[in-house]
Design a binder for this molecule. Structure first.
Ligand SMILES: NC(=O)C1=CN([C@@H]2O[C@H](COP(=O)(O)OP(=O)(O)OC[C@H]3O[C@@H](n4cnc5c(N)ncnc54)[C@H](OP(=O)(O)O)[C@@H]3O)[C@@H](O)[C@H]2O)C=CC1
Ligand SMILES: CC(=O)C(=O)O
Ligand SMILES: [Mg+2]
Length: 648
């Protein structure tokens, strides 16, 4: 179907039909939208009769794409009943088989005001208020969406507590979706820290207490054997992106179990606001296999399963059922973004499903791509190529080893040296110290490529002194681990030390922006995972960058979707990094920035999407053919706009 995915109606007057439509044949017609035929499974059945009354066996949209087609076969195949595809098995079901009673109605009056997808609040015009039975349900004034944005920002700025802002934003998302996205797009730099890190971290910790309305799809062990049915309970059918977590490693806050749902919800808000993917095409999912967080298990307001985490086969079987059901229900072009899984599952899931599904691990791959872009930008300050630099990581998990591997891949490709060779300048420290060859037998598989020959070193500062890195990257999830000693040593070793404190939320950042600039005497090139305000140091203002995968995944996902790509490839991550790095302009360098500002993020995302899509076409992984000529324009024009529509 070539129709935009949030169109659940098709205008019969605009279609290529031989006879005038006889609307009596469609039971779901709206009195307010008389020419609109609902495109929903149940409506498809009623439309079969409509089609025969029109003397046609197909409905074609203005672009020539078939929207509805009756079968001409005398003996329909088992999944084609009554002449149309029996999408959810309603027609094939016998009387004793349960089905989902899908129905579609057109919202008006009170229901319309309570429908977050269509509600416009005080922005309903007088004519719309008459046409849609709203008169008296709203006070007399009519205001524009822009004024609504202004008012909402005024309200948000009055809240002193970040969590209050978060709750107000979530409430808006659940009551007036377009206004929520308009606000987020127009004030992205101010509101990103509200709906995303750091505030979303606190929201997840307190999710049970602040929980008002469920968001997203909860799939727990109780749903084993029924996951396909659960997916079918979700009201939207055309899903393009799923962000899924099992809540075991939420930011640097550890196991938050079912309350990790704040993360997929937040990430998908960014898919829409930053990447332009329609909200109706986004599905947040939390897999609940229990939690090992004692505090939550004993919290009377905890919303998840009250048991310790299932592991081993029980875990894998649930995940496999989920992955299979997703492909069965939505096909193979749905992006499945793994988010905030613990590393003992994350690497295995990515490896296992990377060859059968369109999967992307944001913590391993998205983080790698954004950090590589930042480093390419930082070369401008420090000179040379990546091959001339030495890297030391604190933290050798998903983010640390993911970034390390992409840096090595970039060096290997650019310098035409083997990957093994490129890895030699990259060192990692985990909770037990520097990863060295004598530890090789006892470390997890994803650390093994980094076990170089060296004597063991326990402390970070000693590792800094021994390795002499030019770049220090924090991915430990532990705050304040870049001590004054560590930063000063980096500054002794380097004229411009590159220091990235990537751990989230702010409380877990390896050091603050102020510490990095102060302890390096203003010489550090610094960026952090969660935002820090500009810092004044000895009369100069330093603008820290935000090295967060939010720069990458929305545009990356858009690129996959717009090209109909079926698998993720590392070269697409490199393409995304290059696209992001190229958008760093002279004016940004002058302020010491290594990332372009977030306020231009939709433009940035369109460029990333175009480059990712181009790479997918080059690799033969894109299925949307022929390849559009101008991919960036194509990306821009396909982006969701939050402006209100006017109603008939
Ligand atoms: N800015 C961004 O875009 C992103 C930031 N992150 C952040 O990065 C952090 C880590 O995430 P992730 O890699 O997925 O987590 P993992 O759990 O996979 O890895 C954490 C690593 O840190 C090590 N570690 C823990 N404590 C210490 C310590 N005190 N000293 C040295 N090393 C330590 C662990 O060691 P061991 O292996 O021995 O247990 C492990 O290697 C999180 O805070 C997360 O929010 C993640 C993704 C994106
Ligand atoms: C940003 C992110 O994905 C994380 O901290 O896990
Ligand atoms: Mg994450």
């Amino acid at each position: 179907m070539a129709f935009p995915i949030d169109h659940t109606f098709v205008d019969l007057t605009k279609l290529n039909l031989p006879n005038k439509p006889h609307l009596g044949h469609v039971t779901n017609m709206s009195p307010f939208r008389p020419n609109l035929l609902p495109i929903f499974p149940r409506a498809l059945r009623t439309s079969t009769r409509l089609l025969s009354s029109l003397g046609s066996n197909r409905v074609v949209d203005p672009n020539g794409s078939v929207l509805i087609e009756t079968t001409t076969s005398p003996s329909p195949s088992p999944d084609v009943t009554g002449g149309v595809q029996d999408v959810y098995g309603e027609d094939a079901a016998t009387e004793d088989m349960p089905i989902t009673p899908w129905s579609l109605s057109v919202a008006s009056g009170y229901t319309l005001l309570r429908d977050p997808h269509h509600n416009k609040g005080l922005a309903f015009s007088q004519r719309e208020r008459d046409a849609h039975y709203l008169r008296g349900l709203l006070p007399p004034t009519v205001i524009s969406q822009d004024l609504q944005v202004k008012k909402m920002m005024h309200t948000l700025r009055h809240y002193q507590v970040p969590l209050q802002r978060y709750m107000a934003m979530m409430d808006l998302q659940e009551t007036n979706e377009r206004l929520f996205y308009k606000l987020l797009i127009d004030h992205v730099e101010e509101l990103l820290p509200v709906v995303y890190t750091p505030t979303v971290g606190e929201a997840c910790q307190k999710y049970g207490s602040i929980f008002l309305r469920p968001q997203g799809l909860f799939i727990s062990l109780k749903e084993k054997g029924k996951i396909l049915e659960v997916l079918r309970n979700w009201p939207e059918k055309n899903i393009q992106v799923i962000v899924v977590t099992d809540g075991e490693r939420i930011l640097g806050l550890g196991d938050l179990g079912c309350q990790g749902m704040g993360i997929p919800v937040g990430k998908l808000s960014l898919y829409t606001a930053l990447g332009g993917v329609r909200p109706s095409a986004c599905l947040p999912v939390t897999i609940d296999v229990g939690t090992n967080n004692e505090k939550l298990l004993n919290d009377e307001f905890y919303i998840g399963l009250r048991q310790r985490r299932a592991t081993g086969e029980e875990y894998s079987e649930l995940m496999h059922e989920f992955m299979t059901a997703v492909k069965q229900n939505y096909g193979e072009k749905v992006v499945i973004q793994f988010e905030d899984f613990a590393n003992h599952n994350a690497f295995d899931l990515l490896a296992k499903y990377g060859t059968t599904h369109l999967v992307f691990n944001d913590d391993i791959q998205g983080t790698a791509s954004v950090v590589l872009a930042g480093l390419l930008g930082a070369l401008r300050f420090v000179g040379g190529s990546l091959a001339n630099h030495r890297f030391l990581f604190l933290g050798a998990g998903e983010a640390g080893t993911g970034i390390a591997e992409l840096i090595a891949l970039e060096i290997s490709k650019k310098s035409q040296i083997p990957l093994e060779e490129a890895r030699k300048n990259i060192w990692l420290v985990d909770s037990k110290g520097l990863i060295v060859s004598s530890r090789k037998e006892s470390i997890q598989h994803f650390k093994k490529p980094w076990a170089h020959d060296h004597k063991p070193i326990k402390d970070l500062v000693d590792a800094v002194k021994a390795i002499k890195p030019t770049v220090l990257i924090g991915t430990s999830g532990v705050g304040q681990t870049f001590t004054q000693d560590v930063v000063e040593t980096m500054a002794e070793l380097n004229e411009k030390p590159i220091i990235l404190s990537l751990s989230n939320p702010t409380s877990q950042s390896e050091c603050t922006a102020e510490q990095a600039y102060k302890w390096s005497k203003g010489r550090a090139i610094f960026a952090s995972g969660s935002p820090f305000a500009p810092v004044e140091y000895e009369g100069k203002t330093y603008v820290p960058g935000q090295a967060n995968n939010a720069y990458i995944f929305p545009g990356f996902g858009l690129g996959l979707i717009m090209s109909g790509t079926i698998r993720v490839h590392d070269d697409m991550l490199l393409a995304a990094s290059e696209a992001l790095a190229e958008q760093l302009m002279e004016e940004h360098y002058e302020k010491g920035m290594i990332f372009p500002p977030f306020r231009n993020i939709r433009k940035i995302s369109a460029r990333i999407a175009a480059r990712v899509a181009a790479k997918a076409y080059e690799l033969g992984l894109a299925t949307r053919l022929p390849q559009p000529k101008e991919l960036e324009k194509c990306a821009e024009s396909s982006m969701y706009s939050p402006s209100y529509h006017s109603y008939r």
